[in-house]
Design a protein around this ligand. Structure first.
Ligand code: 5AD
Ligand code: SF4
Length: 583
């Protein structure tokens, strides 16, 4: 048998088609596990297991097995039904301790909880102490070069942990999960021999199998992308039980193919989770006392649950005026407005947010709902990326500056007092000084409350990599980025100044990091609000004085602001229902 048992598969979808892998390879020579007998009994037993495993591996798995497990819809690995070369016992965690480290976006935070939920069910334990870990899993991000560099640096540190590991302990296993596993595939295994497993964003159900293979000193990888995996039935484990808010993943993947972006390649096609399973998760979170839910997805407002046949009519969706897509119009399914309506009805005391949306998917139904419903936060993230129509076209964003500005006006008319934020990229391919100044002028014109600004980082595989030239020198990118940050801050400070003198509803999160005598929370627009921790009245019982606790709603009179924080003094404890619009 060839030491590299590997099946290459082309993905099951058209223009994005890249190669997906399900890879299992023997690499004893690279493993840090010595092949000589080990002193401890556990080691000897492990060697026995490994030999037995290797002989079973030699007689399987077959080519057909891999093809079968990758057929659409993807077969979900099942503990009751292990692959032919593993026993049910080998799939169990046997109390091995897992240390999880998360990098990148909120989606990765949620994915970490999903991965942990799967491993916990398999009998793994979680540790927050790196030194006592038997398995270290990094949930990674590929969006910019810098994000990946952080992981390579971290792997070098972890290498030391692995080599210094006492022989009396089970060998340390290291895994790369998420976007970087998907983007680099076997390059990671070749570059860093101490990496034992790779699992792409759609392969977390396979973690017990991958770790079982790694137990025997083999490297193992599953980087198959799926058309239907939403982890709908995996309830993520809330990592911080005292938290007031949680993230609920409602869709995965992206079909937009903006020319600079790696996400469609690392996270695959857009697919939405069934509405019923989302509502069930939100209800559970409400029962646990959580006061805020953020609906998550790469294109959260492109949500389209097509799982219920009766809603799959032929009506195609309204896009925001002046916006177009890079893909054929989609039809039918339950859309974001429906989901938002249902989610906001679960618990009127629970705040609802969503991120990250695309500006093209803001039909009037969605705006109307945000305006009408008290518990849907009046906060919209509207990633512009650039203020120049020429650059927007090169980015394949599907709108011009004019259409974007018109949408901003429409949103502000529909939702008075709405708080707006955006993402911008400085120094995209071909960006001239004039294009850059147009971005500066958009920042001035819109006056965002929050902003996320990045220097362009060229990513392989993307359309920009193949068709455009990364021709803005690094120092120019950084200078433009600095200029955007300065302008954003000036404008946000002005925008936030409008809050001074207003009374705002704040959801208390806990003690302020800067001062133990202050509390901190978030207003409806998601800005941080700091106020002294003092006794106050409760609106429903003026007889007693109370101190605000995490999860309480309080009214705060704003007295000062900066570009990122508001300060004020607390007036009373209240409920979301009792607090009508202030200011
Ligand atoms: N370089 C810089 N920023 C990027 N983003 C996405 N891809 C790149 C890239 N190649 C930014 C966009 C996006 C945010 C999540 O990250 O602004 O909205
Ligand atoms: Fe990337 Fe564009 Fe999709 Fe956002 S919408 S994830 S920027 S391709």
């Amino acid at each position: 048998m060839h030491p590299l048992q590997c099946v290459l598969q082309t993905q099951r979808w058209g223009p994005l088609a890249s190669v997906s892998w399900l890879l299992l390879r023997t690499c004893r020579a690279h493993s840090n596990v010595p092949s000589t007998a080990c002193p401890s009994l556990e080691r000897q037993q492990e060697d026995g297991v490994r030999k037995d495993f290797s002989s079973r591996l030699a007689s399987g798995p077959t080519f057909q097995h891999f093809l079968r497990s990758a057929s659409a819809p993807q077969e979900k690995p099942d503990m009751e039904d292990p692959p032919p070369y593993l026993t049910v016992d080998e799939l169990l965690g046997r109390q091995r301790k897992v240390y999880l480290e998360t990098y990148g976006c909120q989606m990765n935070v949620n994915d970490t909880e999903i991965a942990w939920s799967i491993l916990q069910k398999s009998g793994y334990l979680r540790t927050r102490n790196l030194q006592e870990a038997d398995v270290i899993l990094l949930v990674t991000c590929s969006i910019r070069e810098k994000a990946e560099q952080t992981i390579w640096n971290r792997l070098h540190q972890l290498k030391a942990l692995k080599t210094k590991r006492l022989r009396s302990r089970v060998p340390l296993r290291i895994g790369i999960l998420g976007c970087m596993a998907e983007r680099l595939k076997e390059e990671i295994l070749n570059r860093e021999k101490m990496v034992d497993i790779l699992a792409g964003p759609d392969a977390y159900r396979d973690l017990p199998r991958l770790l079982a293979v790694a137990e025997s000193g083999q490297q193992a990888a599953n980087v198959l992308l799926s058309l239907d995996e939403t982890y709908a039935d995996v309830m993520p484990v809330q990592t911080s039980p005292s938290a007031t808010s949680a993230f609920v993943s409602i869709m995965r993947g992206c079909d937009n193919m903006c020319s600079y972006c790696i996400v469609p390649f690392t996270r695959g096609r857009e697919r939405s989770r069934p509405v019923a399973s989302i509502l069930e998760e939100v209800r559970k979170l409400s029962e646990q006392g959580l006061k805020e839910v953020t609906l998550l997805g790469q294109n959260v407002n492109s949500f389209r649950d097509s799982s219920e046949v009766q809603f799959n009519n032929a009506v195609s969706t309204n896009l925001s005026r002046g916006f177009s897509t890079n893909y054929k119009p989609k039809q039918g399914g339950l859309r974001f407005a429906h989901l938002l309506d249902q989610v906001s009805r679960v618990d009127p005391e629970m705040r609802i947010r969503f991120t990250s949306p695309h500006p093209k998917d803001f039909p009037d139904e969605v705006l109307q709902l945000i305006h009408e419903r008290d518990n849907i936060c009046k906060q919209i993230h509207l990633p512009a990326q650039s203020g120049s129509s020429r650059v927007l076209e090169a980015m394949r964003r599907g709108y011009s500056r004019e259409a974007y500005v018109e949408l901003i006006h429409h949103i502000r008319e529909s939702i008075p007092g709405v708080s707006l934020s955006s993402d911008f990229i400085a120094g995209f391919c071909g960006e001239t000084e004039d294009d850059h100044l147009q971005t500066v002028s958009l920042l001035r014109e819109v006056q965002y409350n929050m902003g996320f600004l990045f220097a362009y980082s060229m990513r392989q595989k993307t359309r920009a990599y193949h068709r455009l030239k990364d021709d803005v020198p690094e120092e120019v990118k950084l200078r433009r980025l600095e200029e955007l940050i300065t302008v954003f801050r000036e404008e946000a400070t002005k925008a936030n100044m409008a809050s001074v003198g207003c009374t705002q509803l704040v959801l208390v999160e806990g003690v302020s990091k800067r001062s133990a005598t202050d509390l901190c929370g978030r207003n409806d627009g998601n800005l941080k609000v700091i106020f002294p921790d003092v006794e106050m009245e409760d609106v429903n019982n003026s007889e007693v004085k109370v101190r605000a606790q995490p999860g309480d709603y309080v009214l705060v009179k704003i007295t000062s602001t900066s570009s990122q924080t508001l300060k004020g003094h607390v007036l009373c404890r209240t409920t979301l229902k009792d607090s009508s619009a202030y200011c």
